[in-house]
Design a binder for this molecule. Structure first.
Ligand code: EZ4
Ligand code: CO
Length: 403
């Protein structure tokens, strides 16, 4: 039996915080899993160290499904982002080990390739429409086939998706939550202008995406979807908070603009109704926050029955370990849609050497056995954890709103 002999958690901050689980087996094989939950990193680290790792020692490293069930059912409380991120990390590390033991890149164990690479979308953002379009043009020049557009809203000082100082967007930006002020009215007036200008400048041979970040009511989202129909967006993401899945019925009644949701989902139960009632077109759950490759495959299989495709979350707070796992998943499932892709810092790429590469608008998982990613522990130790929070959002009257 290939036994798990040790497991440990590595927390590092090469530009932002990442939590990585490393499992070792009796044969000396090692596997890595991402356990990063933005703004709650140490909670997952503690859950792993204090509650999960003691149960792993001595288990069969090949028994992936059994271990998943053990950690999920055995925890009694079920679900929740902390638990599911911890289970995901174990699951990724065990798939890594199994594929290394077989001497194959992981996608081969998931049924082999359905496609060459995973089409990705880049992030273009700017304080103004002109700045956003300028950035989008630089991605076009790099061969991207899909670009997300986020722009500053006239009359609002700051908002989601628009970075102040950096070229790319980093969501957790301060040691205490940054305050933002929001107006849905101002926002709703600004997005059609952005898309109109973008189609004029960028043409029609590029997919354009947009993230609402949970800020509208269903009827507002229906109106925005309708307003954007002439510009044929690839999707509108997180139009409304999704705790109430039935919210999406109202949006669907009013617009044919495709809908994506799910980056904060952590189990199949969060999207069951959305999928079964065909209320969405893309499911954005990802490996690290939705229970690993094992559980995400289950979600994708359910989605496939209802013409829902995947569009995995891939912001910078998901580590290169998660990105590697996502890419093996993306190329191996029939109903892949698109993969989000934001560059990590140079420091992050150095701490997590990886086999995946960008080519022609797509990411390719590479042919290295396993996930094709490792953690350089010596280098990781040079970047100690730094507390960081996501911002908060208030309405103009001061009351709390959704970030
Ligand atoms: O706000 O990953 O589509 N991407 C996003 C991200 C999320 C962050 C939260 O940690 O919405 O920018
Ligand atoms: Co999003």
């Amino acid at each position: 039996m290939l036994k798990i002999v040790s497991a440990r958690v590595i927390v590092t901050c090469p530009g932002r915080n990442f939590v990585t689980l490393k499992i070792e087996t009796s044969d000396g094989l090692t596997g890595v899993g991402d356990a990063t939950l933005n703004g709650r990193e140490l909670s997952v680290a503690s859950y792993l160290t204090d509650h999960v790792i003691p149960c792993l020692i001595g288990r069969d490293a090949h028994a992936i499904e059994e271990t998943w069930q053990y950690l999920y059912r055995g925890a009694y409380w079920r679900r929740g982002p902390v638990t599911m991120s911890a289970i995901a990390a174990v699951d990724m590390a065990l798939w890594d080990i199994k594929a290394k033991a077989a001497g194959l890149p992981l996608y081969q164990l998931l049924g082999g390739r359905c496609r060459d690479g995973a089409m990705v979308y880049a992030h273009a953002n700017g304080a103004t429409i002109e700045e956003t379009i300028e950035q989008a043009q630089s991605y076009l020049a790099l061969g991207y086939k899909a670009i997300r557009l986020q722009s500053g809203v006239p009359g609002l000082k700051s908002t989601y998706g628009v970075s102040k100082t950096r070229l790319f967007y980093e969501p957790a930006d301060a040691v205490l939550p940054t305050e933002n002020v929001w107006s849905s009215e101002k926002y709703l007036r600004s997005v059609p202008d952005l898309f109109k200008a973008a189609r004029n400048a960028l043409g029609w041979d590029i997919h354009l995406l947009h993230d609402i970040h949970h800020r509208l009511t269903p009827i507002e989202a229906g109106r925005l979807g309708k307003d954007l129909e002439p510009y044929r967006p690839f999707w509108l993401e997180d139009a409304v908070p999704a705790e109430n899945q039935a919210n999406f019925r109202l949006i669907r009644q009013h617009t044919t603009t495709p809908l994506a949701v799910g980056e904060i989902f952590n189990s199949i139960w969060d999207c069951k109704q959305l999928i079964e009632e065909q209320l969405i077109d893309y499911i954005r759950a990802t490996v690290v926050h939705a229970g690993g490759i094992t559980h995400l495959r289950r979600i994708a299989a359910l989605a496939d029955l209802y013409n829902v495709r995947t569009g995995c979350h891939g912001a910078t707070d998901l580590s290169p370990v998660c990105m590697s796992a996502a890419l093996h998943f993306d190329v191996s499932i029939p109903n892949f849609g698109i993969q989000e892709y934001m560059h990590h810092t140079k420091e992050t790429d150095a701490v997590f050497p990886h086999a995946y590469t960008y080519r022609g608008g797509a990411l390719h998982p590479g042919e290295a056995p396993g996930l094709g990613v490792e953690i350089d522990e010596k280098l990781a130790a040079q970047y100690p954890y730094k507390r960081a929070f996501l911002p908060v959002n208030r309405l103009e009257d001061g009351s709390m709103f959704n970030w």
